[in-house]
Design a protein around this ligand. Structure first.
Ligand code: PRX
Length: 659
């Protein structure tokens, strides 16, 4: 396996047989490495320069090159045996199945592209995609990008307000949605939610509706059109040539949470993103011709963009797309999908594993998972218990687990083992080639082995976000928080062997079941309720979800705390942000700790709330101490200078960041 690994073949072509020497070489030959990767893809016109800073921290990759990521996902395979290969095996929530070859996907993408063109869609226009995990969701993404338009996929679990805000920020002209769909047996009324959102979005001209469930939804005359009507007269041999895009032209905007109430529109481009997604899929998952690859994420998150759609399609592999939930109707649903489609590579999240662990080992044991050869994990730190369970019950105690660290902003995997390297439970191990990751102090100086600090990357890479849509200043903060480096927002350590352990966020991002939420998004939702004066939202350690949301609420005069009001407030979050953001705990409080300038000190609240002791903040520093969850020392009697300024929870331990 190691001899035949894709990464081994590349290393050998450069004259290396061990990863560490090769990695060091890659840091000094960054352009050569990325040129080699990019040359495996199709370019309408070659690039003149591999990398260029424009005005720091803005940069370009493959300068002057012309390509289209969709050409690399589909057209390029039409002259090869991949044409007749299954691109996706799909399984619906209710158990129905469908498979689509690369050729069929090509045909349907062209037909939809033609339909969208008939609606007037053109290069540069923005399109919101609010769909369930069905093959048409993939077709929609590919058709939009084929035309050179920009997609913004919104996770189907987001509520109307969240969809509205994203449409408004992106100034989308079109929404592609479905009437509704079932997930875990529950009906989600996607078209109704879309109608509510679109009622307040001045830029939307057309709503394309895929009829998934045969629901009787309202169709607004002149605005709404059914997918099948749009495509009715478009023959199967229709070809809409891929728009020839500059490497740096926008491919998509994906909204993610940050430390303000407004989600950030992370911008990715055709050239560099394609190269990054392609190279990482090929090397980390070691994709081979006969693999069946299953990434269990939702297309609404970056993992779905890079490792359900773009990366796998560029490598020509067969993938699985699943509409349902892991434990519906029974806790072996995932294992049954993996068995029936003979999945060889499974890429999932620690939350998914923990969620299924609690039902017991007997559920995976019922299934033949012998086709599996490689496992992956993403989204949050994987605790050793989950790692061991995954390896034992799914990986037969022998399969490698790729713990992959990356972010919406990084576009593709940054830190991960490949199958030729040693593994360590709970560690994403080593950076991928050319990725100059380090753990540093507030001056961007390496803290050295064994110490805690901030996780950073010293140089741009091709699939990195180019900006925050409509907000370049917000993009700049990634490179300005710590001098001259990309600051990821995570804390980490590098152990004595040089293995990186990512510990968790050091900002106000909350990770619920691996999904990213901003404290301020939840707070803004709650303060829009008439009873609420002020709110602080924090993440609290949760054995299953990694973190859950806890809110502290100050009521306006004239309102009294009650269970009914607490329920109503939770429902308010559900209907304005989405089920994902609903606080598990809600505490009414008469006051909240604030700075002199009146800013709520969430880190203090977090610390106090976690350790139930009075903790007062001081200055920020990466020095931190780690304690088992229930043994955090009492800070009550210490002088202010020694107190905690932040804390985070990781793998059963509380980390207190102190001076
Ligand atoms: O805190 C890190 C955590 O997820 C954050 C990025 O979240 P998002 O943009 O939603 O992307 C998730 C999927 C790529 C990171 O800042 N994270 C992601 N992967 C890992 C991780 N933490 C520890 N280990 C990982 N493997």
């Amino acid at each position: 396996m190691v001899e035949n690994a894709n990464i081994t073949a590349y290393m050998k072509s450069k004259g290396f047989d061990d990863y560490e020497t090769f990695y060091k070489w890659s840091l000094e030959h960054r352009d050569e490495y990325w040129d080699d990767q990019a040359k495996e893809l199709h370019w309408f016109e070659p690039w003149q320069k591999t990398f260029e800073w424009t005005t720091k921290p803005f940069f370009k990759w493959f300068v002057g090159g012309k390509t289209n990521i969709v050409y690399n996902c589909l057209d390029r395979h039409m002259d090869t045996p991949v044409r007749n290969k299954v691109a996706f095996h799909w399984e619906g929530d209710n158990g129905e199945t469908r498979s689509m070859t690369y050729e069929q996907l090509y045909v349907e993408t062209n037909r939809l592209a033609k339909g969208l063109q008939n609606l007037g869609l053109k290069k540069g226009d923005r399109v919101a995609i609010y769909m369930p995990a069905i093959l048409e969701q993939i077709i929609a993404v590919l058709a939009v990008a084929r035309l050179g338009a920009v997609h913004t996929v919104v996770f189907g679990g987001f509520a109307a307000n969240a969809l509205r805000d994203r449409i408004i920020d992106a100034q989308a002209r079109l929404v592609i949605t479905a009437d509704g769909n079932h997930r875990g047996g529950k009906l989600i009324q996607l078209k109704n939610i879309t109608d509510e959102a679109v009622a307040e979005t001045p830029t939307i001209e057309k709503v394309v509706v895929f009829n998934r469930e045969g629901l009787d939804v309202s169709m607004k005359e002149g605005r709404d059109i059914y997918w099948h009507d749009l495509l009715a007269d478009i023959p199967a041999d229709t070809v809409v040539p891929c728009e020839q895009m500059d490497s740096e032209d926008l491919l998509y905007i994906l909204y993610t949470s940050g430390s303000t109430g407004k989600p950030k529109g992370v911008v990715h481009v055709h050239g560099g993103y394609a190269v990054g997604a392609y190279a990482t899929t090929k090397f980390v998952f070691d994709i081979k011709d006969n693999d069946i690859f299953w990434c269990t994420a939702d297309v609404g998150w970056v993992t779905g963009h890079s490792y359900i759609i773009y990366g796998p399609l560029m490598t020509g592999v067969t993938s699985v797309l699943f509409e349902g939930t892991p434990a519906y109707p029974n806790p072996d649903r995932w294992w049954s999908v993996a068995e029936r489609f003979k999945v060889t590579i499974l890429y999932t999240s620690p939350t998914g594993i923990r969620g299924l662990m609690r039902f017991g080992e007997e559920w995976p044991a019922k299934h033949d998972l012998s086709h599996l050869r490689l496992l992956g994990s993403v989204g949050e730190p994987i605790n050793p218990e989950a790692w061991m369970w995954y390896r034992h019950n799914i990986g037969r105690d022998e399969l490698p687990i790729m713990d992959t660290w990356w972010q919406t902003e990084t576009g593709s995997i940054m830190i991960s083992p490949t199958i030729i390297q040693p593994l360590k439970p709970g560690s994403a191990t080593r950076p991928l080639p050319t990725i100059e990751a380090d753990v540093v102090d507030k001056n961007s100086h390496s803290v050295g082995l064994g110490k805690g600090g901030f996780l950073i990357i010293r140089h741009p890479w091709p699939s990195q976000m180019r900006t925050i849509y409509n907000d370049p200043a917000r993009y700049q903060t990634y490179w300005e928080t710590l001098p001259d480096v990309y600051f990821a927002g995570d804390a980490a350590t590098i152990d004595k062997q040089g293995f990186i352990r990512v510990q968790g966020r050091v900002d106000d991002v909350i990770k619920v079941s691996g999904h990213r939420l901003g404290s301020m998004e939840i707070e803004s939702s709650l303060v829009s309720h008439p009873a609420v004066a002020e709110v602080a939202a924090i993440g609290k350690p949760d054995e299953l979800k990694g973190e859950h949301v806890k809110v502290f609420v100050i009521l306006k005069n004239g309102f009294e705390p009650s269970d009914e009001l607490a329920k109503e407030l939770k429902l308010h979050v559900r209907t304005t942000v989405g089920a994902l953001a609903v606080p598990e705990e809600l505490e009414f409080t008469p006051s909240l700790p604030k700075t002199r300038s009146g800013k709520i000190m969430r880190r203090v609240i977090r610390a106090v709330s976690w350790v139930s002791r009075s903790v007062i903040p001081v200055h920020w520093t990466p020095e931190h101490k780690t304690y088992p969850y229930h043994c955090v020392p009492d800070y009550k009697n210490r002088s202010r200078q020694n107190l905690v300024c932040s804390c985070f929870y990781s793998r059963g331990h509380i980390h207190l960041v102190t001076m």
